[in-house]
Design a binder for this molecule. Structure first.
Ligand code: ZN
Ligand code: ZN
Length: 99
């Protein structure tokens, strides 16, 4: 529990020091190569904490859990055609339940 809070705090501090560039939209890119249509490998370049969303707890309906959202910048690489550049999108992190 304490560890989670520390991580969130560190991420928030990190965010305040970072100019968030909303570069290429918020959707993950389809992980396929433009040239051959095969699945690419994804390398995460950065993952910045954005904000916390409150949702209904899945154990206690009268309580709330939090789901952190991150802005992820990743590079996609085809094993045949090489890197397809960097792409930025939003990603939900794992649910934080305090109950
Ligand atoms: Zn390819
Ligand atoms: Zn909960």
């Amino acid at each position: 529990m304490k560890k989670v809070m520390t991580a969130v705090l560190a991420a928030a501090m990190c965010l305040s020091m970072t100019v968030v560039a909303m570069a290429d939209g918020i959707q993950p890119r389809a992980p396929i190569c433009d040239e051959c249509g095969r699945t690419t490998s994804r390398t995460i370049i950065s993952r910045e904490y954005l904000y916390m969303e409150e949702v209904e707890c899945n154990k206690y309906p009268d309580k709330t859990d939090n789901i952190p959202y991150y802005e992820v910048t990743a590079e996609y690489t085809c094993s045949t055609h090489g890197g397809m550049g960097e792409f930025t999108y939003m990603e939900a992190g794992s649910r934080i339940c305090r109950h």
